[in-house]
Write a protein that binds this ligand. Structure first.
Ligand SMILES: [Cu+2]
Length: 308
């Protein structure tokens, strides 16, 4: 059994050791094979000049039509098997994309999840085009600002089954309140990243920033910083499972916000980079390297706002 985010948080950053990788068998039903093959070794096609860019919006400001389109597209991805295939990409811990797996996982966390959310966004848009062939705007992954309440329009919306047992996932908890990231945490992530002590040899500003935003860091007053890990644990239910958490559609909104905060930080810190070499720099199962996911415009999206 993979650890829950609660357990991951309790254990802290696994300096030196790291978790053994879960190379589960991950047998794929036949109907998923096509989509899995499409993702493996996949490279995003270069955007044509003048191609429309997806604008990712604050979930709190979406229109009713956009909220409905998001829910309907997800339901379709669940029904056609795509959603489970996407979730399995996250269950395959051999992609080494979380700090709970060690230093390399820490360095790959932001870039891997950026590429992962783009893969989801493309499938979401494919489903939306079927549902709304005349829509003029591309449907983007909304972001959930951590300091805001849980999105009421997603309350109770859990259309995918738990891949581990094929049953509906457990209900969310949204508790306890003291682990939800708030504005103090977001200020610490963006503006006080340099206080983080990762214990990693040769740490740099990138290392410290990602250490904080993933959820291993401290606030300036020494208390624990609430960030990505704690957001998973706060939402609870299947979001507390490090392996199968994408089963909850909130996963995409939560990671939309991480990605947006990273983009905010990069405006003023464009140069610090993770010490990833060789194949560790490739965001498998896709073929893009760390460097190739830095320009979000070339990945086909932007944010309506980058302010925290
Ligand atoms: Cu993840």
């Amino acid at each position: 059994m993979p650890e829950t985010f609660d357990e991951v948080i309790k254990r802290g950053f696994p300096l030196g050791t790291g978790l053994p990788l879960h190379r589960d068998a991950l047998a794929q039903p036949a109907k998923e094979a096509e989509m899995a093959a499409r993702q493996a070794g996949m490279r995003l096609p270069a955007l044509a000049a003048g191609a429309p860019v997806t604008v990712r919006k604050n979930q709190a400001e979406l229109s009713d039509v956009e909220r409905r389109a998001f829910r309907d597209a997800i339901t379709q991805l669940v029904n056609d098997g795509t959603y489970l295939t996407l979730t399995r990409l996250h269950m395959d811990m051999s992609h080494n994309m979380h700090g709970s797996m060690g230093e390399t996982g820490l360095y790959r966390f932001l870039a891997w999840h950026r590429r992962y959310v783009v893969a989801f966004e493309r499938e979401l848009q494919r489903a939306d085009r079927i549902q709304r062939p005349t829509a003029t705007q591309l449907l983007g992954v909304p972001y959930w600002r951590w300091q805001d309440d849980f999105p009421d329009w997603l309350q109770g919306f859990l259309p995918a089954n738990d891949p581990d047992n094929g049953k509906p996932p457990p209900a969310r908890k949204e508790a306890p309140a003291n682990i939800k990231p708030g504005s103090i945490d977001i200020d610490a992530i963006l503006n006080h990243f340099d206080i983080q002590i990762t214990g990693i040899q040769g740490e740099n500003d990138y290392t410290k920033f990602t250490y904080g935003i993933e959820g291993w860091g401290k606030r300036p007053d020494g208390s624990h910083l609430n960030a990505h890990n704690q957001g998973h644990a706060w939402i609870g239910g299947i979001m507390n499972n490090t392996s199968t958490s994408p089963t909850d559609p909130m996963f995409w909104l939560h990671h939309g916000e991480i990605d947006r905060l990273w983009q905010n930080w990069r405006q003023t810190h464009p140069n610090p980079a993770p010490p990833l070499a060789g194949s560790d720099r490739i965001m498998d199962p896709w073929t893009e390297s760390y460097d190739e996911v830095l320009d979000i415009g070339s990945l086909g999206y932007s944010y309506d706002s980058l302010s925290p």
